[in-house]
Design a protein around this ligand. Structure first.
Ligand code: 13P
Length: 253
């Protein structure tokens, strides 16, 4: 279902005490100030998921893992499966982030399996796509991003696809302070939605939430979120500061 979502991606940051303090601050600010219908998600490191889930209690803030395995169980030292995440009550998982693609060699075929495992465990995958700078400069970004979406998601049934969230994160905008313009974001989101419509039809495409990520800040969020095909954000650096993150949540209205 198409929903407004603002998700933080903490990446590999914070000690447990710092994570608890940040969660408590976000929770307080959200309770006091957020009246809109956006879903707020915190993508936190694995070791903190259970403790932060207890801390959040019955709050509307949801937790996400930042990765999950292509396997269910077994001799895969160091891995965490979607079924494990499900068993501790985590509803979301970020999959295919560009940092996972770049540093851990994740490709479309692997991600298709990870998406399947996440959906089978009844998690909502936040599937990331996005082009590096050289591809943007070569003008082939639309072809690359539609291929990334196709490789990882187009084997899904319409019903399964509708349980998936997509995040467009141009690699050149991640952690660089250089955000895509709202026009660039809107253009790519429309391309992704149209590509989905070409296989699944307009009715299905119009129900998919497509988030933008890449240097989203409180001062650019409103403009980005006002684009018709931008359904929210996946926020890295700015999600590590409660005030800034909640201001981004509020920008969605
Ligand atoms: P920044 O917001 O720090 O650019 O990171 C974006 C990101 O990678 C979110 O997944």
């Amino acid at each position: 279902m198409r929903q407004k979502i603002v998700a933080g991606n903490w990446k590999m940051n914070k000690t447990l005490d710092e994570a608890k303090a940040l969660t408590s601050e976000v929770l307080q600010l959200v309770n006091a100030e957020v009246k809109g219908k956006a879903i707020v998600v915190l993508g936190v490191p694995f070791p903190y998921l259970v403790s932060l889930k207890d801390q959040l209690g019955s709050s509307s803030i949801k937790l996400s893992a930042q990765n999950s395995s292509q396997h269910d169980w077994g001799a895969y030292t160091g891995e965490v499966s979607a079924l494990m995440l499900k068993s501790v009550g985590i509803p979301y998982v970020i999959l295919g982030h560009s940092e996972r693609r770049q540093y851990f060699g994740e490709d479309g075929k692997l991600l298709a399996t990870k998406v399947d495992k996440a959906l089978a465990a009844q998690l909502t995958p936040i599937f990331c796509c996005g082009e590096p700078l050289e591809i943007r400069e070569a003008g082939t970004h639309e072809a690359l991003v539609t291929k990334q979406v196709e490789e990882a998601l187009f084997h899904l049934s319409a019903e399964a696809l509708q349980k998936t969230v997509i995040a467009y994160e141009p690699v050149w905008a991640i952690g660089t302070g250089k955000t895509a313009s709202s026009q660039q974001a809107q253009d790519m989101h429309a391309v992704i939605r149209k590509h989905i419509a070409s296989k699944y039809g307009n009715d299905v495409a119009s129900t998919i939430s497509i988030l933008y990520g890449g240097s989203v800040k409180a001062d650019n969020a409103k403009e980005l979120f006002s684009c018709p095909d931008v359904d929210g954000g996946l926020v890295g650096g700015a999600s590590l500061k409660a005030r800034e993150f909640v201001d981004i949540v509020k920008a969605i209205g």
